[in-house]
Design a protein around this ligand. Structure first.
Ligand SMILES: [Fe+2]
Length: 426
């Protein structure tokens, strides 16, 4: 069960013309992958859905056990895309979540849930992936366990492949973490408002806080020394499929400070896969590694994951898909512990309520077959990612295992989408 799930390379993207795509390309793909579509799609509330591309409408309809693609608009839900957005969507360079995050989701009827349900169907047809159906993902081992440096790579690999995450206890000492923590205030003055590497959030008292410093490795020699050590680099070898340090110097480490009571801006990201904005089929699974500079639990900013979601084509965000038969797991950590999650394992960080949390994030990826084309497309996606802290927010104490009114997921999946903005999403 390899965690290398890549099926595309950036240099092999076919141009997409809406009429030809809906008339000639999509119907045979739907037929060819019907066995991967029907079980999961039958469990989804699939309203007739119109995709209107530069004014040209095509409607997708679910008839008993298959999809019909029809010219014209007669859907209960409708999304308006530009030709460029459709092309990015088909080529897996963008997703409904990316459009929402960039405030470019234009749905005069229906809402994000309609788009996400049909996104599952379209991804199944376009990528040959099976839509998750209840009972598809099972586990042979206890999916709530931790590891230490004494455990073997093979044992950790088996768990990672099955559960999609790892918790490594005591990788670093309290003294090492104290040295990293001392660099936080030294790095902070280098991050000002307006810098895309800096995220800010406002707490209940109206004070604005620097909550994320991307490129912290520029200002912390200690952090760089620690992540270059063998005990940390070993993590890249655990999956056994060629992960390495793909992040560039100066952009290797993000340092997060999670204050209590954020009311504006984002400090703790709601449920998502790291591929929720796109590029799953080009990059998954990357490894994201969190280093607990301070410990974390349910009251102070712990990570939570939904084991097995990397093996399931499900909503990638902004909440756990309604009706999903996989359950979240809490990952409390002590100072010096490390968490590892795959880029398509759904996860969230729980907003702290008792004390501020500090954590470093870094990771490993697999080298692309076409690094230049991959980097160009990755940069376009990063432009979306750098805006998410201003376009998504969540309440203190947010859990969001299932969306509800008043939380980020509830707002994000409201039936009426925010009005589109004129700026291009590129
Ligand atoms: Fe993430």
């Amino acid at each position: 069960m390899s965690v290398d799930l890549r099926t595309r390379v950036d240099s092999e993207q076919a141009p997409v013309e809406a009429g030809r795509f809906f008339r000639e390309t999509l119907p045979p793909l739907l037929d060819a992958h019907q066995a991967q579509i029907t079980p999961g799609a039958s469990e989804l509330p699939l309203e007739d859905f119109c995709i209107e591309t530069d004014g040209e409408p095509w409607t997708l309809a679910w008839h008993e056990d298959r999809v019909a693609v029809e010219a014209g608009s007669h859907g209960a839900a409708r999304v308006r895309l530009t030709a460029e957005q459709l092309s990015d969507f088909v080529n897996d360079q963008s997703t409904p979540v990316a459009l929402m995050s960039n405030r470019l989701l234009d749905m005069p009827e229906g809402g994000l849930p309609d788009f996400l349900n049909w996104w599952l169907v379209l991804r199944a047809a376009l990528d040959g992936r099976r839509i998750h159906a209840r009972g598809d993902v099972t586990f042979d081992t206890d999916i709530r366990r931790s590891f230490t440096l004494d455990d073997s790579d093979e044992e950790m690999r088996a768990f990672l492949e099955e559960a999609g995450y790892l918790h490594l206890e005591g990788l670093f000492s309290e003294e090492e973490m104290a040295a990293v923590e001392a660099d936080f205030p030294k790095a902070a003055p280098h991050f000002e408002k307006g810098d895309p590497r800096a995220w800010f959030a406002t707490t209940q008292d109206g004070e604005e806080h620097l909550v994320r410093m991307e490129g912290f490795d520029r200002y912390s020699e200690v952090a760089v020394e620690l992540i270059d050590q063998e005990r940390f680099q070993r993590i890249a070898r655990i999956p056994g499929v060629g992960h390495t340090t793909t992040r560039k110097p100066g952009a290797r480490v993000g340092a997060l400070i999670k204050p209590i009571g954020v009311v504006k801006g984002i400090s703790d990201v709601p449920w998502h896969k790291d591929c929720s904005l796109g590029r799953h089929s080009y990059e998954c699974c990357n490894l994201t590694v969190g280093i607990s500079v301070t410990g974390a639990d349910a009251s102070c900013g712990q990570l939570r994951v939904v084991p097995g979601t990397h093996r399931a084509l499900v909503w990638p965000a902004p909440c756990v898909q309604p009706g999903l038969d996989l359950e979240p797991v809490d990952l409390p950590t002590r100072t010096g512990d490390v968490t590892v999650h795959l880029s398509c394992t759904q996860h969230m960080s729980q907003p702290p309520v008792t004390r501020t949390r500090k954590v470093l994030y870094t990771g490993f990826g697999q080298p692309s077959a076409n690094p230049e084309a991959a980097e160009a497309n990755r940069q376009r996606l990063n432009a979306v990612r750098s805006k998410t802290h201003t376009s998504i927010s969540q309440q203190p104490g947010y859990l969001g295992d299932r969306s509800g009114p008043g939380d980020a997921a509830g707002r994000a999946i409201s039936r009426r989408s925010p009005p589109p903005q004129k700026a291009s999403h590129k």
